[in-house]
Design a protein around this ligand. Structure first.
Ligand code: FPP
Length: 248
């Protein structure tokens, strides 16, 4: 680490919760059983993130690609979201968590939509963990929609970057052993540390979550330049200086 460089900041963790189906199949259960067990793990990890004092946690709960799954599996995922909201509502409020859902929720039942919007507005001013569920979400359409909303012909990286509802990610975790991004927060993970765990999501524990966070702090963040400091502002300043040097 370069002298004077600050240690990496961990503000925002995002998780692709994969492996529910395989977890269930390996136990000769229906895939939906994996989702049911997986939703209990969501509760644990949200609690752990809040206890650790993490600033922001974004969970991939349903992707646009998930529409290709059998109807009853989709219905189970929808109903698990509703049950999660009913079960965790009080705890979310008591722990001062700010809850949001990203993505198009128009195909959820009116009851679930109301639960979501209600909890979003009740918790809007909360100062604890910012908990985002990406539901019926896709990274590419997020970029297109954000740009369209700004109604401009041209835009800088900085301005577009500032306009997303979900900020940049520091650490992206994917469980289930696959090494893919699956169209999740593709803009926001540009400089994220990536961590792929072989653990199937229903077996993921608070301990493993903490271990991954520990590893995050041990990794050196280079942001693409040789010997760059870990700190983003610092490395941007260096990059600007280098550019000037080469232009002369
Ligand atoms: C991947 O498992 C997981 C999902 C499709 C969504 C994640 C959903 C949950 C954790 C449960 C829902 C909980 C809430 C609170 C909304 P997969 O079926 O793709 O696993 P596989 O790769 O083994 O088939």
């Amino acid at each position: 680490m370069m002298e004077g460089a600050k240690p990496p900041k961990l503000s925002h963790v995002a998780i692709i919760m994969d492996g529910n189906g395989r977890w269930a199949k390996s136990r000769s259960h229906l895939r939906v059983w994996g989702h049911i067990r997986g939703s209990k793990v969501v509760t644990d990890i949200v609690e752990e993130a809040s206890d650790l004092g993490l600033h922001e946690l974004t969970l991939y709960a349903f992707s646009q690609e998930n529409w290709s799954r059998p109807v009853h599996e989709i219905q189970t995922l929808f109903s698990l979201l509703r049950k999660f909201l009913l079960r965790e509502r009080t705890k979310i409020i008591e722990n001062s968590i700010r809850f949001r859902v990203m993505g198009d929720i128009s195909r959820l039942s009116p009851e679930t939509q109301n639960l979501i919007r209600g909890l979003e507005s009740t918790t809007l001013e909360n100062s604890g963990l910012r908990l985002n569920f990406a539901f019926n979400y896709g990274g590419r359409s997020d970029i297109v929609e954000t740009f369209k909303r700004l109604d401009k012909r041209e835009i800088s990286e900085e301005e577009l970057g500032r306009s997303f509802d979900i900020p940049n990610v520091d650490l992206l975790i994917r469980t289930g052993g696959e090494m893919r991004i699956s169209n999740f927060l593709i803009w926001q993970i540009a400089y994220a540390e990536l961590y792929f765990s072989k653990t199937m999501w229903p077996d993921f524990t608070r301990e493993e979550f903490r271990d991954i966070i520990q590893e995050f702090f041990q990794r050196e963040r280079r942001y693409g330049s040789i010997n760059a400091a870990r700190d983003w502002d610092y490395s941007r300043k260096e990059a600007r200086k280098n550019k000037e040097l080469f232009n002369h």
